[in-house]
Design a protein around this ligand. Structure first.
Ligand SMILES: Nc1ncnc2c1ncn2[C@@H]1O[C@H](COP(=O)(O)OP(=O)(O)OP(=O)(O)O)[C@@H](O)[C@H]1O
Ligand SMILES: [Mg+2]
Length: 223
């Protein structure tokens, strides 16, 4: 089956069990994202943005509905299959950069390749170049600015050449100018890969192709 959607979500729901009760965070969420598209996800705190990112990133499974990633229906796959698919399909960027303090920028970026048992570490330098940090390869996180640390985290997220890049409040810990630089970087990566970002900043969200707003467990499209 050929289609140009990288992500297809059909009536996905997510309920969390809390003690003897349940809360419904997402209900009947449907969303299609094309290859190379850049989408922003907005919505109030607690509206389920991170939950949705975790479903797309195969870190969590929906309670109902269908999710297909790059043409593969992931609902009903085993944990082992999901881990393998996630590793070659998705890169993650977080608000707190989650770099390893004792490792240099180069070593942090190389980690996913090493974990995946890949011999070819030639792409580490290319990934650092892609985020404009070739000259900081030997620096440790504490020797980098916040924006530089986030760019190292982005290099690490793209070093496996993922088809999807997920950024959950990637600018949340940065000042406005640095945040906008990070979003421009994500903008420049879109096309090569599908980029989904969560942001609370409506100005930054305008740099994406489309904004989806989560409200009461459902999606409203803005543009
Ligand atoms: N593992 C979990 N178990 C139970 N409830 C959860 C779990 N994860 C999230 N929730 C609940 O689901 C709702 C949505 O959480 P989520 O983290 O997706 O929100 P969010 O939109 O990302 O919020 P924020 O903007 O604050 O990051 C919240 O009410 C939260 O308390
Ligand atoms: Mg969140």
């Amino acid at each position: 089956m050929s289609d140009d959607n990288m992500i297809r979500i059909l009536k996905a729901g997510k309920r969390y069990r809390i003690g003897s009760g349940e809360i419904e965070v997402l209900r009947d969420v449907s969303l299609e994202v094309k290859k190379g598209e850049f989408v922003s996800v907005m919505g109030q705190s607690g509206s389920g943005k991170t939950t949705l990112m975790n479903l797309i990133g195969m870190l969590d499974s929906p309670s109902g509905g269908i999710i297909s990633i790059d043409g593969t229906d992931i609902t009903g796959k085993s944990q082992k299959e999901l881990v393998a698919l996630r590793r070659r399909t998705v890169g993650f960027v977080f608000q707190q950069f989650h770099l390893i303090p004792s490792l240099t920028a180069w070593e942090n970026v190389a980690l996913p390749l090493i974990f995946a048992g890949k011999e070819d570490i030639g792409y580490v330098a290319a990934a650092l170049g892609r985020v404009g940090l070739s000259h900081r390869s030997e620096h440790k996180p504490a020797e980098l600015s916040g924006g530089e640390q986030q760019r190292v985290a982005i290099a690490r997220a793209i070093v496996m050449r993922p088809k999807i890049l997920l950024a959950d409040e990637a600018t949340g810990a940065l000042d406005a100018a640095t945040g906008s630089m990070i979003i421009s970087l994500l903008r420049s990566l879109a096309g090569e890969m599908t980029v989904i970002m969560v942001t609370h900043n409506s100005e930054l969200a305008k740099l994406s192709d489309r904004i989806v707003n989560l409200k009461d467990g459902n999606i409203e499209e803005k543009k």
